[in-house]
Design a protein around this ligand. Structure first.
Ligand code: UT7
Length: 350
């Protein structure tokens, strides 16, 4: 083997972070026309973590990133990628700030924008950087202060979306070792971009020179249509990723889907014939955390001891764009993975 031939991205560390404030369904039902029963039965969510005023995406990303670097046993990387729907600012990207706050100023750093599929797009990007020799080690973070873009008066989104961050460290290795990331399958359909959108704030709206309606600065979703596309596209992507990896559905030890909605996850698992004993889920406790969802769930599963070295894991996600994706990986041998960091989420002083 010479040069970059045969290089594969291998997971070397995992970490996560949740803001300390827990908001249950009853609290939402006090200010919105909804109920605990509706939220639980339609989404599977009982509670979620939300940031307090003054805390945004970078703070969560830094905590999750620090936890993943600690789990990897090394603090150095060549590249930092942040997948997020809620960047600190429209410009510049959030990743350079996260890198600097982790003591990594100087490394390559950029954001990935693919809404709930962001972590899988980021994983494919990180794996590509490693396969081509652009990087030997990459920190990939999925982080969202999603509540900052949710319209507090919109019961269709306020009950679903939540805040948090998860991170993985990837290193150069070989495809046959535990932790190796398999082939990534990614897709999109921009003809359906209006189904999940923040209409105002970008150049499309600004170029028209017309003041925006205040609601157009908030996240908007046509849930029923999204639901249908999510089940179909995610299932197709998962089957394509399995085929490329040479795995059958019955080979999967753990299915780790983006936690969009418990019913969506169950419908996809049913189509893949993956029983509930092989499905990972934490949506009941953390809600839908968009780009943070998959790495948060991986960290949860690892911390709970539900992932063993060599386990065959299937990841799949769907989100705005529309975008979707799936990949396989085998679980690495990792030192103990910490439960999500919560208390230490702080913005820097000043
Ligand atoms: O994360 C990746 C992208 N996002 C997703 O994948 C989310 C996809 N969509 C969904 O998860 C679901 O469509 C929702 C959870 C958003 C909605 O569930 P649903 O079963 O599709 O409900 P629906 O939109 O068909 O609405 C059913 C009823 C409607 O009332 P009518 O028209 O039947 O009288 C809604 O107005 O439920 C009503 N409704 C609510 N009622 C109480 C909608 N939201 C709420 C609410 N509380 N929070």
């Amino acid at each position: 083997m010479s040069g970059t031939a045969g290089r594969a991205a291998v997971i070397a560390g995992v970490g996560s972070c949740l803001p300390p404030r827990v908001v249950g369904n009853e609290e939402l039902a006090r200010r919105l026309d909804t109920s605990d029963e509706w939220i639980r039965s339609r989404t599977g969510i009982a509670r979620r973590h939300l940031v307090d005023p003054g805390t945004a995406t970078a703070a969560l990303a830094v905590e999750a990133g620090a936890s993943a670097l600690k789990s990897a046993g090394r603090a150095d990387v060549d590249s930092v990628i942040v997948a997020t729907t809620t960047p600190e600012r429209l410009c510049p990207a959030t990743a350079p700030q996260v890198a600097a706050r982790l003591g990594l100023a100087g490394v390559a750093a950029h954001d990935v924008s693919a809404v709930c599929t962001g972590f899988l797009y980021g994983l494919a990007t990180a794996a590509g950087q490693i396969a081509t020799g652009l990087a030997d080690r990459v920190l990939l973070v999925g982080a969202e202060a999603f509540s900052t873009i949710v319209n507090p008066a919109d019961r269709t989104t306020a009950v679903i979306f939540a805040d948090g961050a998860g991170a993985v460290v990837l290193r150069a290795g070989t495809a046959d070792e535990p932790g190796a990331v398999g082939p990534c399958v990614l897709g999109s359909d921009g003809d359906l971009s209006d189904l999940i959108t923040i209409p105002a704030g970008g150049s499309g709206h600004r170029s028209r020179g017309v003041p925006a309606h205040p609601d157009d600065h908030y996240f908007q979703m046509q849930g029923r249509d999204v639901y249908r596309h999510a089940v179909e596209r995610t299932t197709e992507a998962a089957l394509a990723a399995l085929a490329r990896a040479g795995w059958r559905c019955e080979d999967v030890d753990r299915f780790v889907p983006h936690q969009a909605n418990a019913r969506i996850c169950a419908a996809i698992a049913e189509r893949l014939d993956i029983g509930s004993d092989r499905q990972a889920s934490n949506i009941e406790r953390v809600g839908n955390t968009a780009a943070a969802s998959i790495p948060l769930l991986l960290a949860d599963e690892a911390a709970a001891g539900r992932l063993a070295s060599g386990d065959r894991v299937l990841l799949a996600a769907f989100g705005g764009g529309l975008t979707w994706g799936a990949t396989t990986l085998t679980w690495p041998e990792l030192a103990a993975v910490a439960a999500p960091a919560t208390a230490a989420v702080r913005e820097p002083a000043g």
